[in-house]
Design a protein around this ligand. Sequence first.
Ligand code: ADP
Ligand code: MG
Length: 698
Amino acid sequence: MTMNVPELFGCKVFNDAVMKERLPKDTYKALKKTIDEGTHLQLDVANVVAHAMKDWATEQGATHFTHWFQPMTGITAEKHDSFISPEAGGKVIMSFSGKELVKGEPDASSFPSGGLRATFEARGYTAWDPTSYAFIKDDTLCIPTAFCSYSGEALDKKTPLLRSMQTLDKSAVRVLKLFGNNDVKRVITTVGPEQEYFLVDQEVYNKRPDLIYTGRTLFGAKPPKGQELEDHYFGTIKARVSAYMKELDEELWKLGILAKTKHNEVAPAQHELAPIFSTTNIATDHNQLTMELMKTIAARHGMACLLHEKPFAGVNGSGKHNNWSISTDTGMNLLEPGDTPSRNAQFLLFLTAVIKAVDDYQELLRVSVASAGNDHRLGANEAPPAIISVFLGDELEGVVESIVNGTDYHDKEKKLMSIGATVLPHIPQDTTDRNRTSPFAFTGNKFEFRSLGSSASISGPNIVLNTIVAEVLDQFADELEKASDFDKSLNELVRRELTAHQRIIFNGNGYAGEWVAEAEKRGLSNLKSTVDALPAFISEKAIDVFTKHEVFSKTELHSRYEIMLENYSKVINIEALTLISMVKKDIMAAACCYEYKLAKTLNEKKATGLLPINKVEENQFKNADKLVDSLADKLEKLESAVEKASEIEDVCELAKYHREVIFEDMNALREVVDALEVIVPSKLWPYPTYGEILYSVK
Ligand code: ADP
Ligand code: MG
């Protein structure tokens, strides 16, 4: 049967078309005003909307509703309530009120709150986000909501994101007014997140407790064939994977998610899905749903989807490219160079604002992508380095240089352009000079922030981006609003700021060792691990910018900082416990068994004297013996390190300890396990190897 995509698209979404069709005119208008302008929604209006939502949902077979929210766990949460309401005669009807739609009261005490729990009551509430459409998933009407404590502190990833979009809106509109764009009422940020993932066979996956408990392999020797032949990227998609991708697309489309591009990625078993961009908060909701569906649909196809940043050492890990831009409600992309001089000046100012923001707040961007999982990628020669820099491409870089130096600029056709902030040559959108090693690259009409981890919510990085760009736009607006000669002041400002922030612009190879040295000379920060990066989140600079723009209160920042630190320690702790258990139970036994077999052969030969003892056997035995001793040593070291962790109370010290001691002890133990894996016979080795996992989907 052929699929009718336009008909299928959004069929499980209570979207604008459905609202228009099902809501009384007045209700629709009031709701639309709330969505577009953020006005308060009256309860009687909410009642009508709830009723229509319930009718629509039950017609599609839904029996329950849930406030769908994004607590600090990084995944989504839902508690299902049925629509039933008792009636006389022992019967029920299906009902859903406006009150139930706009507000829910989940117990907040079981979600991470990072100290907020102690200061505030455990009660929390969820509040409807009417800007993100309700949808049906698993026979449940899901209502996207924000999650707050009773005193209004954000306990989730949506609330601060909405706040950051609001502040950027205000600042950008201010700047646009200076250019005479008085018709612009709203500015939004747009995001298209490209999502990488691995698919492995479910049966093989089930045999690896490390994949089950930690999402990554904690040991595994390099397979004979990895990604060196470069034959996987954009390669033909295997039938089983293709069937999976088809179903995934279909389910995403039903949810109104604009799944667009799918292809094989660099590593064996690695793939990517990219949607068409949308408003940031919707893109964030959709990315969470995409990750969830990737996993559930994989299970239906007898596979497991790995979203971890580094499931396998030695082959590429997975990231998420956050394509980000700023648009007006009049349909103008503010990062589109355009070809009219007035537009150019405006573009140049926004470009300058982004460059300055990235430079001024590089540490915050770094923290926004920090996690135990992403530590394996950043700076590990396949993903962007932990150093944040901006790539502009030859053309734009040339323009920036001539502005800074006050020199002439020749465009591609060798025409001479006198560069002020008002004249800019045509910048082709097709940037042939792509730089995959840059963490923050201009790609024609948007920036691509490439440092995000594959499993994390995209909310954090976008909160930071929106806030820091809003801050710089405000600074520019403050200055330019006072100017007596706008053009002159604009030219001066652009030139001054581009000159001041030259250090953040880097068009070279971000993977090269020289860049690390060069970046240090330039004074750029290089925060190698999550533990190094996190303190920036509660620095004075961070507190200033976030509180000024009302994105985070000081308390919220501290609570998030604590959650991130705690989370880091917990992740490493779970990994250590998993590794210990796998080594203790099965690997030690396999290694000892192999050693015993070797010893037995040697002894029998010696005792009977029938066969000569050869060097190979003796060496094999010695080698195995050494590795088994070392295995026992390293295991004991890790076990006692894990035990000692319970003595550390300070969350920051504890995270540091996990990074500097436990993580290192795990690596040392892993090295021995990997050395054993290559000598212990396959039939004795208790776990699937990298080769068996990476090539498990036939
Ligand atoms: P790539 O070569 O990196 O795959 P694409 O042109 O395919 O680049 O775009 C990648 C992503 O960027 C897509 O998700 C796309 O929708 C998104 N994108 C395009 N324009 C914008 C924009 N103005 N704002 C945000 N994202 C955008
Ligand atoms: Mg890309």
